[in-house]
Write a protein that binds this ligand. Structure first.
Ligand SMILES: [Zn+2]
Length: 541
């Protein structure tokens, strides 16, 4: 790609003083040096390494600061008017990636605490930072059965515990967190102040929902309609008898409980490796780093990040990207299997990028999250279970586990879309309206049980990436099967084909372009609705 870019530049006349030299070459060299330092520091900060490539955290952070200043200066020095279209796109992509890192690692300001959420004068960043801190401070020690549990454990227990009264106790363990976010549901509760500020902020910067709409080239009305269609598909496919909110996850968790013995924790990684190998992606050969051991200081959220960014060497060969996955799966089970395959979907994605340095980054979050679910959804299919677990459970039970998780994300997406559109609404009433009608959950308008995800407090609007992503995941899976055949029990063409069609561009192409080229049309909800309709009559449980 880089060589091709140089040839095009020569043909176009290029830069007057030095026709062979790309005007972004210096900035791109700084860009990679900065990201190498930031990514190495990130790996050490995660607790995985004491040092990396002979440098400790302090040394990498010093390099990061040095290259941050150099990169900032070089980006500022680029004469944007002299760039061709691809170079202008590359400059924009570098600025976007650099901006992401600036926000994440800006030094100086004291970390917000949950107590800051009660300050009525807190601005948007301070208030959402405080609400995220509430999830850390209160969510990591929720009172349950004489001890404490973390929020993540609580969500898992709601799937697994068979006694309804103990599930109710897990649900009630969220109360201090809910109180911190929503107070007594008054109009100036911390959450309502945050959502008002988010809506205000969106007027200039655009909300995540605006960004998702733009990434897809659709309107808010299109997005809302898709979300409602998915919720409606869930409503008609499932038992209309109302259930308590603390019973919902248990009601979708049967697949997890039925397959628990087949997926002990130590089986997760070998099953994952085997599945990707059957998809044509050798994770070991790609050098994917799996940081799955338990540590006291470990991130409560699973994620995947670059450890080293790939790049073309001067001889034209490609030096590979190394991906790093962080997760902890002490329980095993289908839910963990799905998440591990999802994180490895991110790893094979970034490992497939072959592009100039400016584009060696994630594309839109919407596309990124949707793509990782393309292989991850397979674990719910009978073909996958039969081949990798030696048994397959009833498809309807599996689909309830799969889309039960999806539909909660869709419900939160619609909740946020409506709250951002009209921040004067009562969040409890909005949530009760959505969950009672579509999910058949008994109304508890006095309980702010929507406040279970960190993003709702820390990043208002972010849930759209998950809720809307299902539309794209279903489209990609359907089109892939049409063109290269099914992938649920492996498909040796899958990785090379997906890399060529979707992954190699990195941050160069947006969601709209990738989907248009794949589908030959704009995406719509038909594929995901067809999948959800499989819940209607596919056997009984
Ligand atoms: Zn993800």
């Amino acid at each position: 790609m880089r060589r091709a870019a140089i040839i095009i530049l020569l043909l176009a006349g290029g830069c007057a003083s030095d026709p062979v030299r790309d005007p972004l070459a210096d900035a791109e060299a700084s860009f990679l040096a900065f990201l190498d330092a930031a990514n190495a520091a990130g790996a050490i900060e995660s607790g995985l390494y004491a040092e990396y490539e002979g440098r400790d955290l302090r040394a990498w952070q010093a390099l990061e600061q040095q290259h941050r200043a150099e990169l900032g200066a070089r980006l500022d020095a680029v004469d944007a008017a002299s760039l061709n279209a691809e170079q202008a796109n590359a400059l924009t992509a570098m600025r976007r990636t650099f901006g992401d890192y600036a926000e994440e690692t800006a030094p100086g300001a004291a970390a917000p605490t949950c107590a800051d959420a009660s300050n009525p004068d807190a601005g948007f960043a301070a208030l959402t930072g405080a609400l995220a801190a509430c999830f850390r401070e209160l969510g990591n020690q929720m009172p349950f059965e004489g001890g404490t549990i973390s929020r993540g454990t609580a969500l898992q227990l709601l799937h697994d515990i068979d006694e309804p009264e103990r599930r109710k106790a897990v649900f009630d363990a969220f109360t201090p967190l809910w109180q911190a976010l929503n107070g007594n549901n008054e109009p100036d509760s911390p959450y309502r102040r945050a959502i008002r500020l988010a809506a205000e902020d969106a007027k200039t910067g655009g909300s995540y929902i605006d960004q998702a709409a733009q990434a897809l080239g659709v309107t808010h009305a299109d997005i809302e309609r898709w979300l409602v269609e998915m919720l409606e598909a869930w409503r008609v496919a499932n038992d209309p008898r109302p259930i308590e909110p603390w019973d919902f996850r248990h009601s979708i968790g049967a697949a997890n409980r039925l397959l628990a013995e087949r997926i002990p924790p130590e089986a997760l990684l070998p099953l994952n490796q085997r599945y990707y190998l059957d998809l044509g992606a050798d994770l070991q050969a790609l050098g994917v780093v799996h940081d799955l051991a338990e540590r006291p200081d470990k991130s409560p959220l699973a994620y995947c990040d670059f450890l080293v960014r790939g790049r073309y060497e001067t001889d034209g060969s490609w030096r590979p990207t190394i991906a790093r996955i962080v997760g902890a799966y002490p329980q095993g089970g289908l839910f963990s299997m799905n998440e591990l395959v999802h994180e490895n979907g991110h790893a094979v994605h970034i490992s497939a990028i072959r592009n100039r340095p400016a584009f060696t980054d994630w594309p839109d979050t919407l596309f990124t999250e949707a793509f990782a679910d393309v292989p991850a959804w397979s674990v719910y299919e009978p073909e996958w279970q039969q081949k990798y677990l030696g048994t397959a459970i009833d498809a309807r039970t599996s689909l309830r586990a799969q889309f039960g998780g999806v539909i909660l994300d869709v419900a939160w997406s619609l909740f946020e879309l409506r709250m951002l559109r009209d921040p004067a609404l009562d969040p409890n009433a909005v949530w009760t309206d959505i969950t009672s009608h579509y999910l058949h959950i008994k109304p508890h308008p006095d309980v702010p049980w929507w406040a279970m995800r960190v993003q709702l407090g820390g990043n208002p609007g972010y849930m759209i990436h998950y809720g809307l992503g299902a539309v794209l995941t279903a489209e990609i899976r359907q089109r892939t099967a049409e063109l290269i055949g099914p992938m649920d029990a492996g498909n040796p063409q899958w990785y090379a084909w997906s890399s060529e069609q979707l992954l190699r561009f990195g941050s160069e192409r947006d969601t709209r372009r990738l989907m248009q080229d794949l589908l030959g049309r704009a995406p719509d909800s038909a594929a995901v609705l067809a999948q959800m309709r499989r819940m209607d009559g596919a056997g009984s449980d």
